[in-house]
Design a binder for this molecule. Structure first.
Ligand code: TRP
Length: 489
C-alpha cells in the first residue's frame, strides 16, 4: 500500500517545509532589496496569489489524482506525456545537486558558532576558509582544506537521508512537525532582536523602511521576471516534490484551502526573513552607500559614514546573494552575542533540511514506480548520487571554475550555473506544461480532484481554469523568453 500522511496538518507542514528553504531566507530578502523594496513585494504577492497558489492547487491535485511518481502521474492520462514528468524530475535533480552545498556552508557556520559560544576570542567563521578551504589572505588551511565544504555538505546529506529512510510518517512528517515550529520561533526572535537592537552605528528602522517602502522606479521587466521565477522556486513548484507530497494525501483533504495555507506560510517566512536581514544590515552600517561629497561620488559603508564626511546619500545598495548571509550578516553577528549567529545559521540549515528531504522523494518514487527499486534502496541511491554530482559544484567555488549557458551574458560559478538551468529553464518549462496539460487536456479530472473535499463552486473552478489555462502559460512564456534571452528587456 502507498503511504499516506497521518494528519492533514502533517501534510501542510511538510509541504510548507518543502517550500520554505534557502529561497526564503537566503535569496528573497536580497531580491526585494534589489528590486525596489515594497514595490517588488507587492508584485511578488500578486504573482503568488494569481499564479503561484493556483498552480500549487493544480500540482497537488495532479499528484493526488495519480497517486504515483511525476512521470506516471502524466503517462496514466496520456502515454506521450512522459516528458512532462521528466522535466520536473530533472529540475529536482538540479536543485538537489547545488542545494546541499549551500546548506553545508550554513551547517558549518552554525557548528562554528555553537562550539565557540563561550570563546571570547572567536569573532565569526572565516568565510573564505570555510567555503574555499583556505584563506587566500593568510594561506591558512581549513581542517580538511578544499574538502571542508564537501565534508559539511556530506553531513547535511546524511542527516536528510536518515529522515527520508524513516519513511513518510516517521521521517518526513515528524521531522517537519518539530522543525517547522522551531523555525518560526527562531525567525520571530531574530526579527524582534533586529528591530530593537541599538548599535550606535546605524538604525535598524532605516533598514525596515528601505525594505518596505515601494520604489516603483526600480521595477523593470527584468525585475518582474525575477519576481515570477522567485515565486515558482519559493513555492517548490514544478519540481515534482509537491506533486509527490500530494500523492500521499487522503481524498478528504481540502486542496484549495491547503494550497492557500502553504502559499501563505511560505510568503510569511520570506517576508519575515527580510524583516530581520535588512534591519541588521543597516543597524551595523553594512549597506553600500553612494555618497556625494562636494560633487565627488564615493562608495562608503553605511549612511553614518557618509554623513560624517558631510556628504549626501545618493543611493543605497545591499550586497546580495551568498554574500548577504555568509559575509554581511556574519559581520553583523560579530558584534552580537554569539548565540544569534548560531540561531541564524541553524535556522537556515533547518529550512534547507525540510526542503531537502522533499527533494529526494520525486527520484525515490520514480525509481520505485519505474524499476521497482524499493524505497530503502532508492532513497540512498538518490541522495548519494546527488552528493557525488555536487562535489564538483562545491569544489568549483574554491578553484574558480566558471561556466555559462548560451543565454547568459557572463560565466558564473557552478552553483549559479545549475541554479540558472533550474530556475530559468526547467521549472518554467515544467510549469508551462503542467498548466496546459491540466487545464486543457484533463481539466475535468483536475477540477473534480480540487472539488473533492472542498466546497469550491463551479464558478470559482472555472475562474481558476482561466488563471491556470490562460494567464499562467502567458506569464510563464514571458519568463522563459526573457530568462533565455530570446526577448531582451
Ligand atoms: N522552495 C525551495 C526554497 O525556497 C526551493 C525548491 C524549489 C525546492 N523546488 C523545490 C525544495 C522542490 C524542495 C523541493 O528554498
Amino acid at each position: 500500500m502507498r503511504a499516506q500522511w497521518n494528519s492533514r496538518v502533517g501534510f501542510i507542514l511538510a509541504a510548507a517545509g518543502s517550500a520554505v528553504g534557502l529561497g526564503n531566507i537566503w535569496r528573497f530578502p536580497n531580491m526585494v532589496a534589489e528590486g525596489g523594496g515594497g514595490a517588488f513585494l507587492i508584485m511578488y504577492l500578486f504573482f503568488v496569489a494569481v499564479i503561484g497558489a493556483p498552480l500549487l492547487m493544480t500540482e497537488i491535485s495532479l499528484g493526488r489524482l495519480g497517486r504515483a511518481s511525476a512521470v506516471q502521474a502524466y503517462t496514466q492520462h496520456n502515454k506521450n506525456a512522459a516528458f512532462l514528468g521528466i522535466i520536473p524530475l530533472l529540475a529536482a535533480l538540479g536543485i538537489i545537486v547545488f542545494y546541499y552545498v549551500v546548506a553545508g556552508w550554513s551547517l558549518s557556520f552554525s557548528w562554528e558558532y555553537l562550539t565557540n559560544l563561550t570563546n571570547a576570542e572567536f569573532t565569526k567563521p572565516n568565510f573564505l576558509k570555510t567555503i574555499l578551504g583556505t584563506d587566500p589572505a593568510t594561506g591558512e588551511q581549513a581542517f580538511l582544506g578544499i574538502w571542508t565544504p564537501v565534508f559539511w555538505g556530506g553531513v547535511f546529506c546524511l542527516s536528510s537521508l536518515v529522515i527520508v529512510m524513516l519513511g513518510v510518517n516517521k521521517g518526513l512528517e515528524i521531522a517537519n512537525k518539530i522543525l517547522m515550529p522551531m523555525l518560526l520561533l527562531i525567525i520571530i526572535l531574530m526579527v524582534f532582536k533586529a528591530i530593537t537592537i541599538n548599535t550606535g552605528i546605524g538604525s535598524s528602522i532605516d533598514g525596515l523602511v528601505y525594505y518596505l517602502k515601494p520604489d516603483f522606479s526600480a521595477i523593470t521587466g527584468k525585475v518582474m521576471v525575477s519576481a515570477m521565477s522567485q515565486a515558482f522556486f519559493s513555492l517548490s513548484l514544478a519540481s515534482a516534490a509537491i506533486m509527490i507530497y500530494g500523492s500521499y494525501l487522503d481524498d478528504g483533504a481540502n486542496i484549495p484551502k491547503a494550497s492557500a495555507t502553504i502559499a501563505g506560510m511560505d510568503t510569511l517566512i520570506a517576508v519575515l526573513a527580510g524583516c530581520f536581514t535588512l534591519p541588521l544590515v543597516f543597524a551595523f552600517g553594512l549597506e553600500n552607500v553612494s555618497c556625494d561629497i562636494n560633487g565627488t561620488i564615493e562608495t562608503v559603508k553605511g549612511s553614518a559614514a557618509c554623513l560624517a564626511q558631510a556628504g549626501t546619500v545618493t543611493s543605497i545598495k545591499v550586497d546580495g546573494g551568498g554574500g548577504l548571509a555568509f559575509i554581511v550578516l556574519a559581520e553583523a553577528f560579530q558584534s552580537m552575542p554569539k548565540i544569534f549567529g548560531f540561531l541564524f545559521f541553524f535556522l537556515l540549515t533547518i529550512a534547507a533540511l525540510t526542503s531537502y528531504i522533499s527533494l529526494a522523494e520525486p527520484m525515490t518514487a520514480w525509481l520505485h514506480d519505474t524499476f521497482k527499486i524499493p524505497r530503502n534502496m532508492g532513497a540512498p541511491l538518490t541522495i548519494i548520487t546527488a552528493f557525488l554530482l555536487g562535489i564538483p559544484v562545491s569544489l568549483s567555488v574554491a578553484n574558480g571554475t566558471k561556466l555559462k549557458w548560451p543565454w547568459q551574458e557572463k560565466p558564473t560559478d557552478l552553483i549559479d550555473f545549475v541554479d540558472g538551468f533550474v530556475t530559468q529553464l526547467a521549472i518554467p518549462i515544467a510549469a508551462f506544461g503542467m498548466a496546459i496539460f491540466c487545464s486543457w487536456v484533463i481539466w475535468g479530472k483536475v477540477k473534480a480532484e480540487m472539488q473533492k473535499g472542498s466546497n469550491i463552486s463551479n464558478g470559482f473552478a472555472n475562474f481558476l481554469r482561466l488563471l491556470i489555462g490562460i494567464l499562467c502559460p502567458v506569464v510563464i512564456g514571458v519568463v522563459l523568453l526573457v530568462g533565455t534571452g530570446i526577448i531582451k528587456l
